[in-house]
Design a protein around this ligand. Structure first.
Ligand code: APR
Length: 176
């Protein structure tokens, strides 16, 4: 399906195996690694990713930072920090929107044409997936209005259940 001028794929799989220009990491404010997607990316990508993360000296929630992809089959990792659900004085939605939007903005600045996202904040950060998926759509739709570079966005889900939830939502959208 398309959102504006961007081809959208909803996929089930392991984001560390994506052969795209960039994958997005669901990081924390320290950018020093963790579990979940963050752990998988650092484990498989190797120490060069962390070396560059350290130079960024952290990342505020909703913002994005870019590093090498190290040993991963993509070129870049864009690290973004989603909100911990319920911890942000009612700003959860805006912060999750910003995490996607700012990752896309940074990707465009680096001439990235294909990019894969995990489902940010819906794991350890407990964001309800049915609420999060609407925000993912809104952020991509808003970004597409000024997009000139990105051609394809893959939304990569790790479980059948989450994959089905995303697919059900996107399949119901009016096709443009
Ligand atoms: N590929 C794709 N998706 C994955 C992968 C993977 N290899 N591993 C996990 N996921 C899924 C999880 O199942 C979840 O649905 O990514 C989603 C996001 O979960 P988390 O990785 O827990 O990310 P988040 O909820 O944003 O929490 C971030 O967790 O790992 C720490 O350092 C990280 O503190 C930060 C927090």
């Amino acid at each position: 399906m398309k959102i504006g001028n961007i081809e959208i794929q909803i996929k089930k799989g392991d984001i560390t195996e994506e052969k795209v220009d960039a994958i997005v990491n669901a990081a924390n404010n320290s950018l020093l690694g963790g579990g979940g997607v963050d752990g998988a990316i650092h484990r498989k990508g190797g120490p060069r990713i962390l070396e560059q993360c350290i130079k960024h000296r952290g990342c505020p929630t909703g913002e994005a930072r870019i590093t090498t992809a190290g040993d991963l089959p993509c070129r870049y990792v864009i690290h973004t920090v989603g909100p911990i659900y319920g911890n942000n004085n009612g700003m959860d939605e805006i912060l999750l929107f910003n995490a996607y939007f700012n990752s896309l903005k940074l990707a465009q600045e680096y001439g990235i044409k294909t990019i894969s996202f995990p489902s940010i904040s819906i794991g350890a950060y407990s964001y309800p997936i049915h609420d999060a998926v609407k925000i993912v759509y809104n952020a991509i739709k808003e970004f597409s209005k000024t997009n000139e570079i990105i051609e394809e966005i893959n939304l990569v889900l790790y479980s059948d259940e989450n994959h089905q939830i995303y697919r059900d939502f996107f399949d119901k959208l009016p096709q443009n």
